[in-house]
Design a protein around this ligand. Structure first.
Ligand code: ADP
Ligand code: MG
Length: 433
């Protein structure tokens, strides 16, 4: 069974990631629907949990049809068990990731405004800027920065009632409160907060009753001068499908953006992370990584972590040759094709849609529209057949793909903004090759 599970995981994560991270992982036993998984050290556990939180239990489910939870056993440390369940109480320290603090946040021109605003809010919750609305692209440090606000406030005043959550968690709890007739408790919980930090608010788009509820929570907290902090991947004006009254609330305090970091900031982030990992990063190698990973700090960090893992296993120092070998996917490759995956990602990012939604059969307006745009671009940039394209988008048939392409072709002629959007996505894809 473990063999099969590993095969599924290998398919999902790709060969090199699999070799590095999953090949040393073993199944010890399954007991009371818990799978005890052995990993070489804590690093592995953290990495797997951060990057593929449910990949093992999903694979179990796929094969056995049973839900299991995963307990990691770390070999190095005399069978210390770390259960994923015990680790996540519902709201512990306001649900804040303790790793994300101001101390570990590197400030540069691209983020200094957002950083300064966040710090002021942290020092003076409720009275500096309310709400504080931070927006910026994927992996640029929004979650880190807004979490740092919460951590800072809690460090100063441990008793204060801070809550961090994503807008999807909010939606989830709201729906569950309705289903279980627990609305009074739900309202009481959120309206009694001192600091409410809501991540990725863009996912509230299109969900009318959640928006309504959030609106009332917002008003109640705001009128009591309780601090509200919101993040989004785009400014309020560009979040489609939210009510105007909510949109205007978002702009009542301060709106600050985070831009992709300049090369100096990217280098500084790498050195900072290397220091936190306790590794010596040669300048040449830092430069190699920073000059190739440009628009996403998460990927920057990912490259370094991969390198650290490699040297922790092989016990060799970091050299340029080693870096080139381990990070060979960062090397420019002239023949690298634009794949359907890349296109789907780019379209989702531009439109604020979830990757798995675009590949699903869901038919809400935005998702269907994003799917059509992505199909059109795929048809244009790849040699895939209509059937292959349809297949990658929730198993649509070739007629649907033809229809989508025709329609986008037509809409493009009448809609200048759509035209621009598609052009910019295509340009980005071609530049990132
Ligand atoms: P976002 O929420 O904008 O998608 P995150 O806050 O999750 O991005 O950041 C992605 C990763 O990059 C995190 O691990 C975070 O610690 C790191 N990161 C981003 N910006 C910085 C920065 N300025 N200094 C240090 N680490 C950063
Ligand atoms: Mg985030």
């Amino acid at each position: 069974i473990w063999q099969k599970i590993l095969e599924i995981i290998a398919q999902k994560v790709g060969e090199s990631t699999f070799q590095l991270w999953f090949s040393p992982v073993k199944l010890l036993e399954i007991k009371n629907s818990k799978a005890f998984i052995e990993v070489p050290n804590r690093f592995f556990k953290d990495w797997i949990e951060d990057n593929f939180p449910s990949i093992i239990s999903d694979a179990f489910y796929q094969i056995t049809g049973n839900q299991i939870s995963v307990c990691y056993i770390i070999t190095g440390k005399e069978h210390e068990t770390v259960s994923t369940e015990e680790k996540k109480p519902v709201i512990k320290r306001g649900n804040l990731n303790p790793k994300y603090t101001f101390n570990t946040f590197v400030v540069g021109p691209s983020n200094q405004f957002a950083h300064a605003a966040a710090l002021r809010v942290a020092e003076n919750p409720g009275f500096a800027y309310n709400p504080l609305f931070i927006y910026g692209g994927v992996g640029l440090g929004k979650t880190h920065l807004i979490t740092a606000i919460g951590n800072y406030i809690l460090d100063k005043k441990p008793g204060i009632n801070v809550c961090y959550m994503s807008s999807e968690q909010f939606t989830g709890e709201f729906v569950s409160a309705i289903r279980h007739e627990k609305m009074p408790e739900f309202r009481q919980k959120y309206r009694a907060l001192d600091v409410f930090i809501v991540d990725d608010i863009q996912f509230i788009a299109g969900k009318d009753s959640t928006q309504e509820e959030f609106f009332h929570t917002f008003n109640e907290l705001y009128s009591k001068q309780k601090q509200i902090v919101i993040s989004s991947d785009r400014p309020p004006m560009e979040i489609s499908d939210i009510t105007d009254r909510l949109r205007s609330r978002f702009g009542m305090g301060l709106i600050a953006d985070i831009q992709p970091p300049e090369i100096e900031t990217r280098l500084a982030i790498l050195y900072k992370k290397a220091e936190l990992e306790g590794v010596q990063l040669p300048e040449e190698v830092a430069y190699f990584i920073a000059s190739r990973v440009k628009s996403n700090v998460r990927e920057l960090e990912g490259s370094l972590i991969k390198l650290c893992a490699y040297i922790s296993i092989t016990k060799t120092p970091i050299t340029m040759d080693l870096a080139k070998h381990v990070l060979r996917d960062l090397l420019p490759d002239e023949n690298k094709p634009i794949t359907i995956d890349l296109i789907q990602k780019a379209v989702c990012e531009a439109l604020g849609i979830k990757l798995h939604d675009i590949k699903s059969k869901k038919r809400t307006k935005e998702i269907a529209n994003a799917r059509k745009i992505a199909m059109y671009i795929t048809k244009k940039l790849t040699n895939l057949s209509l059937a292959e394209i349809g297949n990658a988008f929730g198993g649509k048939d070739h007629a649907t793909v033809i229809y989508a392409c025709k329609q986008i072709e037509k809409d493009k002629k009448q809609d200048e903004s759509l035209n621009k959007l598609i052009d910019s996505i295509i340009r980005k894809l071609q530049e990132n090759k």
